[in-house]
Design a protein around this ligand. Structure first.
Ligand SMILES: Nc1nc2c(c(=O)[nH]1)N[C@H]1C(S)=C(S)[C@@H](COP(=O)(O)O)O[C@H]1N2
Ligand SMILES: [Mo]
Length: 203
């Protein structure tokens, strides 16, 4: 019997109650993978792609695609929660932790603004992206990240609503002062903790 068969069988026996405790208030369990994009899917060629750390840093840092791929990658299994109320359990990703990236710059910042191809932005306190809480992922379920889900690379911040997980991410701007990103300036909550139902401004 192969290992794969055993682990599938084990997962199949998981009791529904185990799942219920993992779905935040007001969310439902989704088995598909919806695509939610505020604009068209960008298609930046890998040769033109880079990832940058900018802003209030002593020396900005930039990785080409090959340099980014050469960074140590981690495999993570996470539950994700969209503010439109779907949650998806045990999603598998591979990517570089934001800890690994930020080790490369000297800075005094308190917040990051993730920025993406197409102009999307989202803001996060440093404490929500350090300490093994956030990754820049380039693979999903063992395959290169599909363009509609943010490929070649997206941010993954699974403990916050999924709008914080910027697709087509191209870098992080480090700042001392917080500033709202795309959805945050349109009335969504500045923080977005699904367990506290921080959906909209004032929640
Ligand atoms: N660049 C970019 N990133 C984005 C978005 C977007 O419109 N543009 N939508 C956000 C929202 S609201 C959600 S729920 C997730 C959706 O990711 P998915 O399409 O892979 O499910 O991406 C987030 N990241
Ligand atoms: Mo979303």
């Amino acid at each position: 019997m192969s290992k794969g068969f055993v682990s599938r069988g084990f997962r199949g026996r998981r009791k529904p109650g185990d799942e219920r405790g993992r779905i935040p208030p007001g969310q439902y369990l989704e088995r598909g993978f919806p695509v939610l994009s505020a604009g068209p899917t960008p298609h930046t060629p890998l040769a033109a792609w880079d990832f940058s750390l900018l802003g209030e840093v002593d020396q900005p840092k930039r990785w080409t695609w090959d340099a980014f791929r050469a960074l140590p990658h981690e495999m993570v299994t996470k539950d994700i929660h969209c503010v439109t109320k779907w949650s998806k359990l045990d999603t598998h990703w591979e990517g570089v932790s934001v800890d690994t990236l930020l080790e490369q710059v000297a800075h005094d910042a308190k917040y990051v603004i993730a920025f993406s191809d197409g102009g999307y932005t989202t803001n996060l306190p440093l404490e929500d992206v350090l300490g093994g809480k956030a990754w820049v992922v380039d693979a999903y379920e063992g395959q290169p990240l599909p363009p509609e889900h943010g490929g070649p690379a997206r941010l993954l911040v699974p403990h916050l609503y999924f709008w914080k997980s910027a697709k087509w991410v191209r870098g992080l701007r480090l700042v001392a002062q917080d500033e709202p990103g795309f959805w945050e300036s349109l009335g969504y909550n500045n923080h977005g903790d699904p367990w506290k139902e921080e959906r909209y401004r004032g929640d």
